[in-house]
Design a protein around this ligand. Structure first.
Ligand SMILES: [Zn+2]
Length: 371
């Protein structure tokens, strides 16, 4: 009986469509409660300008719109973004996971403005922010990103296209099969789901590189859209290519993935020490700042404070484990989400917890204070 179940489960996993697997992964994203949570801020429109389930677009200030994804309903966009409309031009934020995701945002923009688009900015190179760039390319829209974004897209996505990935998937499946208990199995399954989604995205996309690299030495840069400015700045933290777009005239900041709102941060590609310092900088932005995070719901300074608390908790755990001489793999296994963070999802254990432990251990080995 148990064997039958195991075989059925394996067949099920093998036959489930990639979208199905991706949607299974998506349950780690917060989905519900978007509407009531954002209703508190008078700047945010009650009614969306456009809503496709997988994302909805709302006005969050005069000439400023946020695209908020709901991955429980689909993963075309997967991340959040938006657009800024001035009197003379428009700036789009994010290339999303697919051209259909970028097209959804573009179509919504055209409902409110026919002005020329100055550029679409990828806040960083990760697939869920950049693999829809082809849509902008088709429209003749320039794609801007950090100068390292293009080379990293080639290296991490372009080079993997058409390559056999069965070995990597096989070892992840083995981790699921060999898991010592249900908790470990669920964590391994989450990692496997994410890899499958990433590989599926890579193999089904045309990798369209940003055609306007932004040299970090030239940042910040202020883009005048006519009566409203978008300021592009760079900070360390989530990836080697992070940009934010500030709209000082409206007290709004598009943070890219430097902010995961009400969820654990994805740190596998990051600089944890730098990220925590960056969050300190964001905490110094005005108290009425409205943040459009890379993932999760719109928030104010409480969202920054929460992510700092989560990082502090991870660092406390890592510091104790490090000092007790516990190997990093074991420290990763032993971390448990504390009761007060229970409702904040961990998207994938190794991309969030494992990588944070590894990076913090690295910092401690280099002499950083253990907290
Ligand atoms: Zn990212």
């Amino acid at each position: 009986m148990e064997n039958d179940f195991a075989v059925t489960r394996r067949r099920f996993l093998a036959s489930t469509s990639c979208l199905g697997v991706a949607l299974a992964a998506a349950r780690y994203f917060p989905a519900a409660a978007l509407a009531e949570e954002i209703a508190g801020d008078p700047r945010i429109a009650d009614k969306p300008l456009a809503d496709k389930g997988f994302a909805s677009i709302r006005r969050i200030g005069e000439g400023v719109y946020a695209t908020i994804s709901d991955p429980s309903k689909g993963i075309d966009t997967l991340c959040n973004g938006g657009f800024i409309v001035g009197r003379e031009a428009v700036l789009l934020v994010e290339g999303y996971r697919t051209p259909a995701g970028a097209a959804f945002q573009m179509d919504a923009l055209r409902q409110v403005s026919k002005l020329p688009v100055k550029a679409a900015v990828d806040t960083h190179y990760h697939f869920d922010h950049s693999m829809g760039n082809t849509h902008y390319g088709d429209q003749g829209i320039a794609v801007w990103a950090h100068a390292k974004a293009g080379p990293l897209m080639v290296q991490n996505y372009g080079m993997l296209q058409g390559k056999d990935k069965t070995e990597q998937i096989g070892s992840l499946e083995k981790r699921v099969r060999d898991a010592a208990n249900e908790i470990e199995r669920e964590r391994a399954q989450g990692d496997l789901n994410l890899y499958k989604m990433i590989f599926q995205t890579i193999d089904s996309s045309v990798v369209a590189l940003p055609n306007h690299p932004l040299d970090p030495e030239t940042l910040p840069v202020s883009i005048d859209l006519g009566g409203i400015a978008a300021v592009i700045e760079t900070y360390p933290g989530h990836s080697p290519t992070d940009l934010i777009i500030r709209v000082p005239d409206r007290n709004i900041v598009f943070t890219g993935d430097l902010l995961f709102s009400s969820m654990y941060p994805v740190t596998f590609d990051g600089d944890v020490g730098g990220w925590r310092r960056t969050l300190g900088t964001f905490a110094g932005f005005g108290k009425d700042t409205l943040f459009v995070p890379g993932h999760g719901k719109l928030c104010g300074q409480e969202g920054i404070a929460l992510l700092r608390d989560i990082f502090d908790d991870l660092a406390d755990h890592a510091g104790k484990m490090f000092q007790a001489g516990v190997p990093v793999e074991e420290a990763t296994r032993r971390y448990t989400v504390p009761e007060r963070f229970r409702k904040y999802p961990v998207f994938a254990w190794s991309f969030c917890i494992g990588s944070t432990m590894t990076k913090l251990y690295g910092e401690y080995k280099a002499g950083a204070p253990k907290s």
